[in-house]
Design a binder for this molecule. Sequence first.
Ligand SMILES: Nc1ncnc2c1ncn2[C@@H]1O[C@H](COP(=O)(O)OP(=O)(O)OP(=O)(O)O)[C@@H](O)[C@H]1O
Ligand SMILES: [Mg+2]
Length: 227
Amino acid sequence: MNALALHNVCLSFADGDERVHALDHVSLTIAAGELVAVSGASGSGKSSLLAVAGALRTPESGQVVIGDSDITAASPRERAAIRRRDLGFVFQQSNLFEALTSTDQLLYQAQLAGIPRATARVTAAELLAAVGISDKADRRPGQLSGGERQRVGIARALINSPRVILADEPTSALDAARAREIVQLLRDQTHQRQVATVMVTHDRDILAEADRVVTIRDGRIVDNGAP
Ligand SMILES: Nc1ncnc2c1ncn2[C@@H]1O[C@H](COP(=O)(O)OP(=O)(O)OP(=O)(O)O)[C@@H](O)[C@H]1O
Ligand SMILES: [Mg+2]
């Protein structure tokens, strides 16, 4: 089943008298349990693709479907609900709250998703174990390495059992060995939990870890990695 589908999506921005076509008739489907890497030069439209897939920007035309919801037809309130319920986000820098422990980062996200506290506590402990940092559950981000912070970020993205994870350059702040570990972790969790994961990356070394590599150039998909 497709967890995420983009059909003929167009997104453009005004640039003086011209328009920049950030996404130019982009169609892409991603199955549950698949890690897709999106690669392309700076300015090619990678973050724009994540923004429309994440219901953060509405395309001018085309459809974005998550599970069986057409999010392009949804109201802003419905889109916010879909984000909390069906999506997980992993950022370049892990974007954790400095004052919160690893456990509390997850509990806070769970609260936004409306998950009961007792359930969230059990899931948070299970996820911190799954990403290999049970022993750092009570630490704040300042007491964690970059790789450990990304592990917390991945666990946080999974707390609502999302259909789709969107990760924008999740390894760019890490050294090569740590970057590979983080992508392998993301891939393993994607497979185990049957999430559809889209990971934007500049990093050629880690493309090989993805199930499929999609290449974008000037807002168009020039290779969708299908065999
Ligand atoms: N808010 C905006 N206003 C105007 N133009 C924008 C805006 N956001 C993106 N663009 C333009 O859209 C195009 C695609 O940008 P996007 O951020 O998607 O690229 P990217 O592939 O993520 O690049 P990078 O690798 O540098 O992060 C670029 O030409 C960019 O300048
Ligand atoms: Mg970008």
